[in-house]
Design a binder for this molecule. Structure first.
Ligand code: MG
Length: 203
């Protein structure tokens, strides 16, 4: 399975990173070994002094497809999860400065926190999905998919031009503003609408 991630998909987050809003979805991947499941703790890796959380809605791909057309795009997903795209920000900044790929800052072991999936049919509002992340009980990121620069359907169409989508692939759809760093002893809790989806202790 592939873990496909989208960068800068909310304008307010692009602004806080002092980055331009992209013309097309910005894609990178994490390997399957990046998954952090079942509310397991995150151990801060020794290679970073600035580990950031990025709360994201994650889509699960429901069927195989290439070159998906607009009218069929919504058939390719029907389940979502709460994800945390853990990022070694200091390492990423250094690599970005040099114009190098920043895979190691994004795709390291356990960098892809992931909750259980829920059916989109069970959401109160599947068009405008509200989600938030609490750090030690205080909300630090508050997102709504109505603010996505590239919608779920646009992502499906664009990604499938380059990569065959396979059932079980997942897509991290980007983070809203409010990213920040964690330290040992912190607790992250992720919610979709009012439902608590994920909990992660930082160790
Ligand atoms: Mg991200």
């Amino acid at each position: 399975m592939k873990i496909i991630c989208i960068g800068r998909n909310y304008a307010a987050h692009a602004a806080e990173m002092k980055s331009a809003v992209p013309d097309n979805p910005m894609i990178f991947m994490k390997p399957p070994t990046a998954l952090l499941l079942k509310n397991k703790p995150m151990y801060i890796p020794e290679f970073t002094k600035d580990l950031h959380y990025e709360a994201e809605i994650v889509l699960k791909i429901a069927k195989n497809g290439r070159h998906v057309q607009e009218e069929f795009a919504s058939e390719y997903y029907n389940q979502i999860a709460f994800g945390i795209d853990f990022t070694a920000r200091d390492l990423q900044s250094k690599l970005k400065e040099k114009g190098h790929p920043w895979e190691i800052a994004k795709g390291f072991d356990h960098s892809a926190g992931l909750s259980e999936f829920m059916n989109m049919a069970d959401l109160n509002n599947a068009e405008h999905i509200q989600f938030h992340l609490d750090l030690n009980g205080e909300t630090v990121q508050n997102g709504n998919t109505k603010n996505l620069i590239f919608t779920f359907n646009t992502l499906i169409i664009y990604i499938s031009k380059f990569f065959k989508l396979q059932q079980g692939d997942i897509i991290y759809t980007g983070t809203p503003a409010g990213v920040g760093s964690v330290k040992i002893g912190d607790k992250l809790e992720g919610y979709i609408e009012d439902k608590k989806m994920l909990s992660c202790d930082i160790k």
